[in-house]
Design a protein around this ligand. Structure first.
Ligand code: AMP
Length: 377
């Protein structure tokens, strides 16, 4: 059947999406795509990557030319993992539409470029300085003040690659711990809570935003998200949407973008952006009219976006390091279970639970029934 590459009207032709990365995000993209008649080819160096249970999995490095040639036969290519080489995405983009744009990938891979980008489009962040050497670190700690956080610029996730400096006396230890890679120092933001906003932009520039999400972490790992975040004023919602919109429009972005924010009073500070579907949006599979996964696919395929309305309060609990008994989850009304097909290991995200309820009170009651299960907490 003829492919409709790049077309704004896909009709009912066969469509194949190539995906760099085949983790649980890819798996959930595939689960959202099959009802739309969309097929997938995933590329991942790991032969037991979770999306491989559901779709074609090309096992190769992300920059393997033969693997990239196979992906370029797809109608569109996207990613579910942001540490893929930007050059691979750029090479692909010469022959096939690649969304989100590789430029957004480049920014999101490096905390320094990311913070500079936020600053350039007018989004407040923690004060920051690039660190090039031990002497620069001492000077930067003096300038920014303590407490402050030293972070690796690249490959940091789930709070990894960070060192909290409580005073200037911590400089030596911070340098010993992280000093052999490019670094950024950030002022510590005394925030009240962590929020995220997920926005989606279609090929035609249409925009949609999910309600703000409140996120709870333990040891740097996301453990629970609530959507809508409680007690969000209209002003705060509009502010978050305007920040997300700046990022989406600035790069002619296509797809879902997640922006992680710190809230202090009526202020929001951007921490990170992810040019992909995001863990804090998993609630949307059952909690929103259209999931982030389906909307990402609609966007990159040039299809109309779906409603991002969240009709009832809902929450998502990550399953980390262990899986509960299915029965114990499913007996709680409004609870839905997602296993990722990954072997449990300490600190590893192996699944999640979504809970919906008619009222915040009922939601809390249901969550308390799940609170002590393996993997939750
Ligand atoms: P990150 O890897 O940047 O997402 O950071 C992991 C966690 O560290 C965040 O979710 C925050 O709880 C905390 N954190 C990161 N940067 C800052 C900062 N500048 N000020 C205060 N807390 C931070």
């Amino acid at each position: 059947m003829a492919l409709t590459r790049g077309s704004e009207r896909n009709g009912n032709a066969a469509l194949r999406v190539g995906v760099l990365g085949a983790g649980q995000l890819g798996r959930m993209l595939a689960l959202a795509g099959y009802p739309l008649g969309v097929e997938f080819s995933f590329l991942d160096p790991s032969e037991d990557a979770p999306a491989g249970d559901l779709a074609e999995l090309i096992v190769a490095d992300y920059d393997d030319p033969r693997a990239l040639a196979r992906l370029s036969a797809c109608d569109v290519v996207t990613y579910e993992f942001e540490s893929v080489p930007v050059e691979a995405a750029q090479t692909l983009a010469e022959g096939v539409p690649v969304y989100p744009p590789p430029a957004a990938l480049r920014v999101a891979q490096d905390r320094l470029y990311e913070k500079e980008h936020f600053r350039a489009v007018g989004i407040p962040t923690a004060g920051f300085l690039p660190i090039e050497g031990r002497a620069a670190l001492s000077a930067a700690v003096e300038r920014l003040g303590t407490p402050c956080l030293l972070k690796t610029r690249r490959f940091g996730y789930d709070g990894k690659g960070q060192f909290l400096l409580r005073s200037a006396a911590d400089v030596d230890e911070a340098w010993r711990t992280l000093g052999n890679v490019p670094l950024i120092l950030e002022r510590f933001v005394e925030f009240e809570r962590e929020l995220s906003i997920l926005g989606v932009r279609g090929r035609d520039g249409s925009l949609a935003f999910y309600p703000l999400v409140e996120n709870h972490h333990r040891d740097g790992v996301l453990r629970a998200s609530y959507c809508p975040a409680p007690d969000v004023s209209d002003e705060l919602r509009v502010l978050a949407e305007s920040y997300c919109e700046q990022l989406l429009d600035h790069t002619s972005y296509v797809g879902v973008l997640a922006l992680e924010l710190f809230q202090r009073g009526d202020q929001l500070f951007a921490n990170e952006m992810a040019p992909r579907v995001h863990n804090s949006g998993h609630f949307s599979i059952e909690g929103a009219r259209t999931s982030q996964f389906e909307n990402h696919l609609r966007a990159v395929l040039g299809l109309p976006l779906g409603s991002t309305e969240v009709p009832e309060p809902c929450a998502m609990l990550n399953l980390v390091g262990a899986l509960p008994d299915r029965r114990d989850v499913l007996e709680v009304p409004g609870a839905h279970l997602h296993f990722y097909g990954k072997a449990p290991r300490p600190g590893r995200k192996v699944g999640h639970i979504t809970v919906t309820a008619a009222t915040p009170y009922e939601l809390e009651r249901r969550l308390s029934q799940l609170a002590n299960l393996p993997g939750v907490g």
